[in-house]
Each structure stands twice: as structure tokens, then as C-alpha cells.
Design a protein. Structure first.
Length: 265
């Protein structure tokens, strides 16, 4: 500690009394400095201990999660197929499909965003139709086929929609991406079967194998929110898979005149 005192004297010899007082108040010189260093050391030790013990006490592998707890209220037995594999679970009747997938089957690709059916991050496909898994009771999926983002790749090869999202950079943080991709894959089938949407011009002229316009794509995908704002890239990724043609981005950088106009608006 004498070495620290000697360092303080040399380092702060040319400081005014006011400056020395400020440093002393901040704990950066003299006896207060020693106290400050002790506090930092104690805080560092506590952070290390917290991370070590919490990982031991709280982090249990998903495979160790009991599939049949000792006691469940309103227990129901549910059997359904997930990504081609049949699962039999004993669940509380109020368990959502999203919680069953994440907490009981370890399929964490489907994300819990709003948990109110408003963001689309939890979108999966049930019998080929896109559904919000946070609003779907697992008990209602009896004998149904559920496909999550983990089930799209086959034999180690990504689904064409996954490849297109990578190519067109259809994501940033990636949190909404599983729901976006599942919704896009289901939308391909909707277009193939000729399902109408809110912006369909003439409902009397609906046919199969619809060629969706960009307006149609945006409307049909509007239930999937991307807070990063990668919508343009998502649309381009879908258009490429939907049309089978390589799509170039439809956007372009703003001109200097457009930037000035936007700034002054």
C-alpha cells in the first residue's frame, strides 16, 4: 500500500487542491483509492462466483427435464408428430404448443416473442398450415403433424427458403427468422392452392398456382413482425423461391435530393 501512496504523490503533485478533492471523492487517490480497489476486487469475485454457482445450480440440460412430472393439474395425454417423429407427452391441459415444443421437446427454434399472437415469432406449421404456437393449446394437436424450423432441412441440406433468406440477408438479429421462414414456406402452399387474401383483386377469378405480387406478399406476411426492419430482403427471398427465378433487390439508395427532401419534411 505504501507503493500506491508513493504513486499518488508523484502522479498528483501538480494538481490543485480542488482537483485532488475531486479525485479523492471518486476514490482514485490516497486511502480512498485503496478502499476503491478493495471494492472492485470484491465485486469481481462476486460476479465470478455468481456465474459459477448459477451454472451449476440452475442450468440443467433439456434431456433432464421430466416429461412426466410427479403432479400435474388438469393432466392430459397428448400424442402428435413433430418433424416426422411421434411424441407422447403428459401435459397440463393449459400448456401451449410453444411451451410444449420448447420446454418438453427441447425444440427452441420457435421463439417466444410477445406471447400474445401479435409478432409471429412462434409460427409453426400444423398439417401444412401456419399457426401461432403461443395461441395453440398442445392438447388440440392430438394426431396432428407439426413442423418447426428444425424440421425444414432434409439430410443436412437447407430448405430453399432458408437458403434464400441467407442469400438475400433476410434477417439481422435473427430472433423472428424461424417464424418468418415457417410462415414463408406455408405461404408457398397457400399460393399453390389458390387461397385469397385481403388484397386479392377479384375473388371470382381465384385459381391455383397464384403468382403473388409484392403487395400480396407483404399483406400475407404482415403477421410476422421484424423489429430490425429486414422486410425488403424477406420479400425478395420469398419472391425468388416462389418464382423460381433469381430476384434482384427492388430497392435502391436514396439520391442526395431525396435525402434533403426527407430531412426537411
Amino acid at each position: 500500500m505504501k507503493e500506491f501512496d508513493h504513486w499518488d504523490e508523484q502522479e498528483h503533485a501538480d494538481l490543485t487542491e480542488d482537483e485532488k478533492q475531486i479525485l479523492d471523492d471518486l476514490g482514485l487517490q490516497g486511502s480512498t483509492r485503496r478502499k476503491f480497489l478493495k471494492q472492485v476486487s470484491a465485486a469481481s469475485l462476486s460476479l465470478w462466483a455468481a456465474s459459477t454457482f448459477s451454472s451449476t445450480l440452475l442450468a440443467h440440460p433439456m434431456k433432464e427435464t421430466p416429461t412426466k412430472p410427479a403432479f400435474l393439474q388438469n393432466e392430459v395425454a397428448v400424442s402428435f408428430s413433430v418433424n416426422g417423429e411421434t411424441h407422447q407427452l403428459n401435459l397440463d391441459s393449459r400448456t401451449s404448443l410453444l411451451d410444449a415444443l420448447r420446454e418438453h421437446l427441447g425444440l427452441t427454434g420457435s421463439k417466444k416473442g410477445c406471447d400474445h399472437g401479435q409478432c409471429g415469432a412462434c409460427t409453426v406449421m400444423i398439417n401444412g398450415k401456419r399457426k401461432l404456437s403461443c395461441l395453440t393449446l398442445a392438447a388440440t394437436c392430438e394426431s396432428h403433424e407439426v413442423t418447426t424450423i428444425e424440421g425444414l432441412a432434409k439430410n443436412g441440406n437447407m430448405h430453399p427458403m432458408q437458403q434464400a433468406f441467407l442469400k438475400h440477408d433476410g434477417f439481422q438479429c435473427g430472433y423472428c427468422t424461424p417464424g418468418q421462414i415457417c410462415s414463408s414456406v406455408a405461404l408457398l402452399k397457400e399460393a399453390e392452392e389458390g387461397e385469397a387474401s385481403y388484397v386479392t383483386e377479384d375473388l371470382r377469378k381465384i385459381s391455383s398456382n397464384l403468382e403473388l405480387s409484392e403487395e400480396e406478399i407483404r399483406e400475407r406476411m404482415s403477421g410476422n413482425i421484424c423489429r430490425c426492419g429486414a422486410y425488403n430482403n424477406i420479400v425478395q427471398a420469398f419472391r425468388e423461391v416462389h418464382s423460381g427465378k433469381e430476384e434482384m433487390p427492388s430497392w435502391e439508395f436514396a439520391t442526395e435530393e431525396q435525402m434533403k427532401k426527407a430531412k426537411n419534411a
